[in-house]
Write a protein that binds this ligand. Structure first.
Ligand SMILES: *[C@@H]1O[C@H](CO)[C@@H](O)[C@H](O)[C@H]1NC(C)=O
Ligand SMILES: *[C@@H]1O[C@H](CO)[C@@H](O)[C@H](O)[C@H]1NC(C)=O
Ligand SMILES: *[C@@H]1O[C@H](CO)[C@@H](O)[C@H](O)[C@H]1NC(C)=O
Length: 382
């Protein structure tokens, strides 16, 4: 099976030559602002798309909240023989900070790249995920996106799979992150030791927050307490996915991993106090929903208020399946995504696509924040 390395390269005069680039097209550039998709050599998977056009982002179910951010196309380099590609977001004038974002039709955007695999790289390419102050900072280099590969799908086509789940219409855009200082002030709770991560970066979303022993730094929005998983220590207070988004010409809002936050505080709490469960695999809590009170807390739209709740025969770990009693279906609730009905895939606490320092829960290729699992008797369940 082909392994796809998603490599994100920073612009520099030297880095351009160190990885296989997409060959120049023989046809003259068109005046259309939508470039053609990039075919990946002999890979049978769909070509990668370019998604900077605001029409696409505005209509992308999970990503339309990004429609007012400045966006532009990355350069995608392809190695046909290896069936690998890299995605390079080159800087544009006036935008010192930006993300590389993967969009797809069947899930929320993914702020990329994943774990290090130096041995696969012959040259010293400088690769980026997120650029701050025109520099790629905070991560070891080089990086690649793991757990993404091309494989036969159940319908006979080939599709990209991310964490063993199909990702349809995979494509990329570079998305500016320049509004940090326009977002509402983040309030700081009493016990939090809160420091700017890189004062020189002039990037108001980058902080390190620390709490006294046994307490976890949490982003408190009106409707959620959010933890961020840490690779070095579970109580990491690095909220790498905090992003100030332009809502319209006058309003700006904080987002964390695709979730809009309101009235944000940094606070210190224990996981048990907030979630009724401790940290698993340094990703934070993954509690079991055992009764109607628990379910109501997570079932924000009330979709499951009348269904029976079954026994949970699972406990969270770095990679696990939710086992339910016969006839019951595993459903994962989260703060940043609709309930996910599992159809056999596992749940994993793995590298956060943005940072080596962080881990994150992934379910069916979606990065979920504050997940909780229930076994439910769904009407159509055989
Ligand atoms: C707060 O953080 C700073 C910077 O990391 C550190 O030097 C200081 O000792 C911390 N203070 C407390 C009370 O933890
Ligand atoms: C901008 O968004 C805010 C928050 O959603 C809303 O209250 C306001 O009416 C919007 N303003 C305009 C001009 O659309
Ligand atoms: C739970 O799992 C254990 C071990 O796999 C099994 O022996 C037991 O029968 C299961 N219980 C239920 C209620 O499914």
């Amino acid at each position: 099976m082909s392994i796809i390395f998603l490599l994100v390269l920073i612009f520099s005069s030297t880095s351009h030559s160190c990885w296989v680039r997409q060959p120049k097209s023989a046809t003259p550039p068109t005046t259309s602002s939508t470039p053609p998709p990039i075919p990946i050599g002999d890979c049978k998977c769909p070509p990668l798309k370019m998604y900077s056009m605001n029409d696409y982002i505005s209509n992308n179910e999970g990503g339309k909240y990004l429609k007012n951010q400045q966006s532009w196309n990355p350069t995608i380099g392809v190695d046909k023989d290896l069936c690998t590609f890299n995605v390079q977001c080159d800087p544009i004038p006036g935008v010192p900070n930006y993300y590389t974002v993967a969009f797809r039709s069947n899930g929320s955007p993914i702020y990329v790249s994943l774990k290090i695999r130096k041995r696969s790289l012959k040259n010293k390419c400088v690769q980026i995920n997120r650029v701050i102050n025109n520099k790629n900072t905070f991560v070891e280099q080089p990086r690649y996106i793991g757990s993404l590969d091309c494989r036969p799908h159940t319908d006979g086509t080939h599709q990209w799979y991310f964490h063993d789940y199909p990702v349809f219409d995979l494509g990329f855009a570079c998305v500016a992150d320049v509004h940090s200082f326009k977002c509402p002030i983040i309030k700081i709770g009493d016990k939090v030791n809160f420091t700017e991560r890189d004062p020189w970066a002039r990037q108001g979303s980058l902080y390190i927050s620390e709490c006294p022993d046994n307490l976890y730094p949490m982003l408190h929005s009106t409707d959620a307490y959010i933890t961020t998983g840490g690779a070095r220590k579970p109580e990491s207070g690095i909220f790498e996915e905090l992003f100030c988004v332009k809502v319209n010409d006058t309003a700006f809002a904080w987002y964390f991993a695709n979730k809009q936050l309101n009235s944000v505080w940094f606070e210190c709490h224990s996981l048990e106090e907030v979630f009724g469960a401790g940290s698993k695999c340094v990703c934070g809590a993954f509690p079991q929903i055992n009764n109607r009170n628990d379910l109501e807390k997570y079932d924000r739209k009330g979709e499951y208020k009348d269904v029976q709740i079954g026994a949970n025969n699972w406990s969270a770990s770095c990679k696990f399946n939710m086992e339910c009693e016969k006839g019951y279906t595993a459903v994962v609730f989260s703060a940043n995504y609709d309930p996910i009905i599992l159809t056999g895939n596992y749940i994993t606490c793995t590298y956060n696509p943005l940072s080596n320092w962080l881990r994150a829960w992934f379910v069916n290729s979606v990065r979920v924040v504050n997940p909780a699992g229930a076994c439910l008797l769904l009407p159509q369940t055989p």
